[in-house]
Write a protein that binds this ligand. Sequence first.
Ligand code: SAM
Ligand code: ZN
Length: 188
Amino acid sequence: MPAKTKVVSEEQVLHRKLLRLWQRGQSAKCEVRGSDIHGRGVYATCFIPEASPIIEYFGERIDKRESERRALRQHAKAQKTGGAAVYIFTLSKRHDIDGNFPWNTARLINHSCNPNCEAWIVGRKIIIHALHDIQSGEELTFDYGFDVDCYEDHPCLCGSANCQGYIVSRQQWAELEQRLKLAARKRR
Ligand SMILES: C[S@@+](CC[C@H](N)C(=O)[O-])C[C@H]1O[C@@H](n2cnc3c(N)ncnc32)[C@H](O)[C@@H]1O
Ligand SMILES: [Zn+2]
């Protein structure tokens, strides 16, 4: 038996747990600031070389069924409050990451049609990496990869020279162009 035992209260245990969660969702390479794109955004606090890891998109690993349930709930809440939509990230065929937690700083990264970051799946984690060299003070952005089917719900304010006007996955830009042309023809 040890000569001395230290008693740790439940509050201290909880506090340490929360501190660990909080620390895992932060990175010395970025910080939260008001964004020109929308609400709050995440900004580089130093030079970040291409392909280097920046921050974990840290949330709860959930199966697809639970993911669908939460996505619907988050979407309904966003429609009511006008707040941000869904924080669910695809991890694998069976699992997703729900990042809707205050300690997950990466949840505040905005979308851009000309992003400087991308998400890599590293084992069971989602890690945000630099797509190219990022200068200190630049806002971090990635392609949200939203489906073209609901483009009208997500106007894009990224301000980049090649902004498509809507938050839609780059892979569906050709389809978006067709739909925008069709919609313009109908209005005439
Ligand atoms: C996950 S949040 C990102 C953080 C958000 N700026 C905030 O303050 O909560 C995602 C939401 O931010 C907004 N957003 C992100 N990128 C945007 C963009 N390029 N143009 C317009 N709104 C954007 C949309 O409302 C989107 O649903
Ligand atoms: Zn844009």
